[in-house]
Design a binder for this molecule. Sequence first.
Ligand code: ATP
Ligand code: MG
Ligand code: MG
Length: 350
Amino acid sequence: GSTIGILGGGQLGRMIAIAAAQLGYRTHIYAPEDGGPAADVSPCWTQGAYEDAAALAAFADAVDVVTYEFENIDPSAVDVLADHGLVRPGAQALRVAQDRLAEKRFASGLGGLTAPFAPVESLSDLESAIARIGGRAILKTNRMGYDGKGQARLGRPGDAATAWDAIGRQSAILEGFVTFEEEFSVILVRGVDGQVRFWDSAANVHVDGILATSTVPAGPLIEGQVEQARALARKVADALDYVGVLTLEFFASAAGPVFNEMAPRVHNSGHWTIEGALTSQFENHVRAICGLPLGDTGLAAGGAQMRNLIGADAHDWQAILSDPANHLHLYGKHEARPGRKMGHVTRLIL
Ligand code: ATP
Ligand code: MG
Ligand code: MG
């Protein structure tokens, strides 16, 4: 059999590894930690830094294809991997999607709507960006942010210095605050032959910057904007000659779908596809990166709602499982820290 190498050993790696095992593949995780959610289901684990070129090269040599659940890998590390094996999705996708400024420019260059944005490298950049974009804005670090981390909201021009300090005075982007009704994601899978399939778009609700629920069907407002959003997502995937699952997040606004960010990987807002779609995002990701035909992305039920189990609400398993429509997923994390994703539950609507 063949071995799939996965960079990152969290819950996304775990769910990719489960799908891979079902299709008869072995998985080999490379992660900086000594174990994690993916360790329970992956027979092979290398603990190593993402900057360790020699260890990454040995890892790439030991597997048949390298994929990732974590995109914040140094571009030079990606080059090392690409020199030693097949990386899917490829290096270009990683470079664009790990940098907010690059991804906004990329999407906007392909005709996508975005919030007004400006690069910020200093406090004086921030002040001129505010003068141009307006004081109601969000300052985000270009790299490494997730779950709303590395962001500062601005209300008035006087907030600039505080916001610049709050994000640690690093390379950033200032985005105008988008007035939106709802949020949704487009998740697609693109095969080695360029075939693209989309899952239904979920309506995503965030609480404190963290995804709380994803629901399909998403409702009429989002459904009216999905076609335009998909057209952009397809252009992005084609332009990157993308192989695997790709996610784009959008705001449904009065002006149409506003692109927020992309993830070059399976996505939390697609966890509902495990039970709610005929083929899950994880299975189709494995199929795509292994050059296999793609599975049907259609709905397997009337609809589905995925709810994240965050921090301490991860404790009411009994109540969750007492409803037979619920499907519980726990990630095997031992410590329930605040804001930590411990698992999720998908409720099918039949
Ligand atoms: P994720 O966990 O999705 O990767 P993230 O840390 O990358 O999150 P974003 O997706 O950029 O952060 O922002 C988190 C949430 O903050 C968005 O889903 C949205 O609710 C809100 N938000 C972000 N940018 C804007 C904006 N320009 N205007 C209005 N709201 C925004
Ligand atoms: Mg993000
Ligand atoms: Mg986001």
